[in-house]
Each structure stands twice: as structure tokens, then as C-alpha cells.
Ligand binder design. Sequence first.
Ligand code: GLC
Length: 473
Amino acid sequence: MDEKQLFDVALDAKSVLDANQRGKHTLPSAGPYTHQWLWDSCFIAIGLRHYDITRAQDEILSLLKAQWSNGMLPHMIFSSSDSHSKDKDIWRSWLSLYAPDDYATSGITQPPMLAEAIVQIGKKLDKQSMRSWYQTVYPALLKYHQWLYKERDPHHEGLVLQIHPYETGLDNTPPWIHELHEHHKPWWVRGIEKANLQRFGRLFRRDLKHIKSEERINDIDALLYYSALLRLRRKRYDIDLILKHSLFSIEDLTFNSIFIRANQHLVSIAKAIGREIDPELLAQFKRSEVALDNLWDAYSSQYYSRDHVSHKLIKIPTIATLMPLYAGCISKERAAALVKHLYSSQSFGTNYPIPSVPASSNWFQPTGYWQGPTWLNTNWLIIDGLKRYGFKDVAEAVSMSSVEMVQAHGCYEYFNPLDGTPAGIPNFSWTASLAIDLIQTSPSMNIKNIDKKLHVPVVDEIIETTEHVEAIN
Ligand code: GLC
């Protein structure tokens, strides 16, 4: 790709991010996603920082305003001013003592990408502004990490547990769907399945108005998500009640890998502003790095998520197996063993890597949401890990093929890993922002002075200029 083509990608990406902007935050896309999502906003800020640092900061600050008093950051903050304002009644966050009064939110979290986004923004600031940025966000960030340990690692195992597939961000990833069917299939869903009535559930599915059904989760799985949500809501999002009789909680590999990296970032943020982290919390960080090893299966040379109750690995391979590269705490030998999977076309080395499920898996469907497609956010995480382990060429190859897909087809939600064709929703914000970031952080694609080049005057500025000219005349 030449510089002109790369710049066109960046320009198109910026227009997607502009169209999806709503005040101080950005929607994942203006289609079915009319609220603010936690990890989406973090990925969005990572791209925005290259040309609009204030907007990147606002994106993060707008997440913090809805933090629960116990420290949780909710995975969705509902918009009240749109046609989907009823969505908040599904979650009813106000049932929890800890939910904020001013914002309706979901009652669960999403992978803790916050620290990464904060640090990436910090890299674009001078020393003094970086410090004041860190000082502003540090208390909320620290409280979030403390909450994760307190509520989600009740037995001090070092691994935090998740209670709903939405918490992983990889909604229908096979290990979670497998566990949902095993441990969380209420009688009424069994009844609907037996009578083959699930298609009626479609009447309530807004996502299918925008996307083909084969690119989304199936109807029974959608009902299982809903019933898992109802259970959390019945327990008023109180973790003690939730875990009391539940057989359904998972120490998710992607979530824990991201958390380990986020802890490393938290330490560096604290250091930059001269804050001491409680030694007990530091010991928990260490324990998490060590505990990741419990998710390794030497027989298949892969990492897996683990059932929190039985402590059994859920041995269904997915892209999560590569996420410890991002965690950064595994040995170089282990990292090299993971990279091998990227060289096999039967595994993760498809024509347009990295598929969310290996190509040889029985679960693999090239456009099946988190059961096959290539997504830019998971690519971004793995690229970042590859770079830190010194696999620079592989990282560059994945960056280039990610940007190529966007250049050829636009900022789609995800792509077919076999031929790079687009799927899901068009004009998807994190695809746009991460395309910009991958271009800017790649040694061979980087556009010089992108901030100035992308600064297209906004309408108000144009009007002001015209008035100014008229005044002079
Ligand atoms: C879907 C994705 C999730 C994302 C959300 C909003 O639920 O699985 O990762 O945060 O959409 O884009």
C-alpha cells in the first residue's frame, strides 16, 4: 500500500469515528449499538489519540463517570436519548446498591482495557500533561483493579472469574457456549429447544435487523445469554448471591491476560506520579502472573480458560490461546510455542489472520461472529504482544494484512479469515480507530504528521472563518 492509500484508510476511519461520535463518547457503530461500551471506548481512544488527544481523553473520562461505588466499571452505559432507551430496563442496574444514580448501566464488566488506553494516551502527551492525565484517572483505575480482585478472585487464586459471556467481549466464543449448554440451560430454554420454537425469539432480536443471522449468535444461545442475565439481575448483581449456587463461572483466558497486562500498566502509572501501591495488591499482581501457568496444557501446547468451580480446563481451542503473548508474563520459549500456531494454515495462519477460532476446529465458521472471523481488536492485542516478545516480522505481517482488509472493504466489524471479505456491521468504530493505530505504530506504514493532516476544520470553524473574512471586508 502506498502513502496515498494509507492516508485514504485513515481519512475514511476518521469519518467513521466522526459519524459515530455522540457528545463526549463514541458508539461502537450507529446501527444496533446505540449505547457506550467499555472496551470499545478503550480501543476507540487508542486510535483517536493520534489526531485528537482531547477527544481520546474524553472518551475515557466518559466511562469513569458511570463507575459503580464498589469500583466496577460497567460494560454498557445506556444512552437515554434514543430509540433504544428501554434497553436499560433489561438490566435494571438500579437494583444494585452500588450503581450510580445518574446513569443506567449494565450490571457486569468487560475486559479491563482501561489501563492500556490510559497509557497509550499518555504516550502522546508531554511529561507534565502526562502526569496530570495519570493523576486524574488513577483513583478510578486503582479502584477498578481492587474491585476485580475483591469480587472476582474470592479464593485468592490469582485468576479473576467472569459470570456472563458478555464479560469476555468475545460473546459466543466456543468454550463459553459449551459451558452455558452444560451448566446453565433452564427448563424453559430446553422446552423451547425441544419444541423447535426458538425462531420466535427472533422477533425480539434487534441485531438481526442489521446483519444476516449466520453472522450472529444462534437463537438458542441468545436465549441462554438472556437467562444468564436474568439470573444476575434476580441476585441484584450481588456477587456473593450470584456465586452461592452457581455452577457457571469461568476464569477466562482473554480477560485474565488483559488484566495481567493492565496491572503492569497500573504499576507504571503509579510510578510516574509517585504513588505507592499497597504491597498486598502488588502481591496479588504477582500471583496472577504465576497463576496464568495453571491455564497451560502441555499436551496440546495451548492455554485454555478454566471452569471456576471444577477447576477443569475447557479444552476448546480459540484465539484466547494467543493472549498470554499480550499478558507478557510467559517465558520466551512458551511465547515461541504459541507463535508456531500462527504459521499453520490449519490453525491461526489463515490467509487473513488471526481467526477467532482455529481453521481446523469443528466450531470454525468464517463469518460466525466470535467463532471464526478475524477482528481488529484481537489482532491489535496479539500484535502488541508479538512486538514485546521480539517477533517483529510476524507482528508487522499481521498489522499489514489487518489494514489491507480495511483498505479493500472499509471499517467492517469483522472479516472472513479465508479471503478477507467483510462481515457484520459496516462503519464499526474500533476497526476504524485500530486501523489508524496499526498504521501509525507500524515501521513500514506510518503516516508523518497524521494529526495535522487529519485535522479537517469542523463546520463551526468554517463559519467563523467566513464571518471573519466578511468582517474584514
Ligand atoms: C458485541 C461484541 C463486544 C462489543 C459489543 C459492542 O457484544 O461481542 O465485544 O463490545 O458488541 O461493540
